[in-house]
Ligand binder design. Sequence first.
Ligand code: PRP
Ligand code: MG
Length: 183
Amino acid sequence: EDPRIHDIKTRIRVVPNFPKPGIMFQDITTLLLNPKAFKDTIDLFVERYKGKNISVVAGIEARGFIFGPPIALAIGAKFVPLRKPRKLPGKVISEKYILEYGKDCLEMHVGAVKSGERALVVDDLIATGGTLCAAMNLLERAGAEVVECACVIELPDLKGPGAIEWQAIVCARGVPLIMADDA
Ligand code: PRP
Ligand code: MG
């Protein structure tokens, strides 16, 4: 394993019982406080995706907006924000998805992605995989080819409707950097 990965892992703070009892929250803000670990995180993705003819990096609100743009700049791709509902001012396409508790939705501006473009989806974490699956669906509906999903952390303990299926779909094309020990 790349020694940078071990260091990155030590910078992620695990907060028990946040935001509710039983959840081990993976806090990436402590990783961001260390410029070397933050840069190593971006570099590991850039090393993987540079030269792969990727023209779109799509970041998922909110924490995909932290890791997506530096990767996009480094590989010479455009950045497309996938936002929570009613945030984008232009015409959008939407994709609903199911969370462990409740529902949510991602939206993308029509015209942000052209048919046939090669896209990378970026987020901080995969739990059930529902969020990344919705993002992949949005891009594919717009005619893009999703090359991979890049996220920093994978939670091993999956729950919720569709969790195993979604995770399999995403992980077939994804690369979490770090597996959380205890979710
Ligand atoms: C968290 C995390 C991922 C998603 C993963 O985001 O940042 O985006 O959950 O969960 P899943 O694999 O089960 O779909 P959250 O929806 O809490 O919002 P935030 O990023 O805006 O804080
Ligand atoms: Mg998120």
